[in-house]
Write a protein of this length. Structure first.
Length: 279
């Protein structure tokens, strides 16, 4: 049964990396097609291309969320039940993808799912997060690390152990397995965000009506670059878009953030069955 589309947003990519990831995704019997949404300045030409790969070149770099929306709208139009948003620097296996898809298909209350994510050396990436305050975002970037250590551990939910299924209000956009109805109901990615907070913004909107789940029973590898720590241009993009996020949701007065974070911290410290987890 074809029940999943995937989209990979590209900008001057390593094509071998993209091809390797795509080949694994297409191994799944559940996959209908994979969209390559290319924001690069120049259109790429291919000698041959699998018929299940749909290449779209944009005339300008419209940003991460807006580019994924092109493919998500196709999934909605074609009535595909699930859509995978995935970075080109992800390494996964067919078994991991199939186990995630089977889980979300069996749990209609789940709107979004993220697996356990590691660095290439096996170290876990702490990508289950609370909805941030301005201090969480800008303090960890500009203040001494020792000043923010305890707060960062709370923000990244270290105490949870990352060893159980959890309902988290902020999941990373590097790998988002989405229920198409849920993302449609949430009105897709907010295209005002060029990149960085678009995953946070979408997750919290889906979280209002569905569970947004961390699923530790499948593991993927992410070659994370942390571009904003290496490029002043990317740092500026990060700052501008985070300011847009706080302008939208509130810099200091954000009651929903308080409630979602309180619920997440409570259930992370408890043993709670997913079927009884509150949104």
């Amino acid at each position: 049964m074809r029940m999943l589309n995937a989209s990979i947003v590209l900008y001057q990519p390593d094509w071998q990396q993209v091809t390797n990831l795509t080949e694994v995704i297409l191994q799944s019997d559940y996959v209908d097609c994979v969209y390559w949404i290319d924001n690069s300045p120049n259109k790429h030409t291919f000698e041959s291309l699998d018929s299940r790969i749909k290449y779209r070149h944009n005339p300008y770099n419209m940003g991460y969320g807006a580019a994924h929306n092109i493919a998500i709208r196709e999934s909605i139009y074609d009535d595909i039940p699930f859509h995978l948003v995935v970075n080109p620097d992800i390494i996964l296996t067919r078994d991991a993808l199939d186990s995630m898809l089977q889980f979300i298909a069996q749990h209609p209350e789940v709107g979004s799912l993220m697996p356990r994510v590691t660095y290439p050396d096996g170290q876990i990436q702490r990508l289950c997060k609370l909805l941030p305050t301005p201090l969480d975002v800008f303090g960890r970037r500009f203040l001494p690390a020792q000043w923010m250590q305890r707060r960062n551990q709370t923000y990244e939910m270290h105490a949870s152990g990352y060893d159980r299924i959890m309902n988290i209000p902020y999941l990373s956009g590097c790998f988002m397995l989405l229920r198409t109805q849920a993302v449609k109901q949430a009105r897709l990615f907010d295209e005002r965000f060029f990149m960085y907070p678009e995953d946070m913004d979408l997750t919290r909107r889906i979280h209002r009506d569905y569970l947004t789940v961390f699923f530790p029973h499948a593991t993927i590898i992410h070659n994370h670059e942390k571009a904003s720590y290496k490029s002043l241009k990317m740092l500026w993009i990060h700052i501008v878009n985070m300011c847009r996020y706080f302008n939208k949701w509130g810099w200091f007065h954000d009651p929903e953030r308080i409630q979602f974070n309180r619920n997440a911290q409570y259930q992370a410290a408890s043993t709670i069955d997913i079927s009884s987890t509150e949104h």
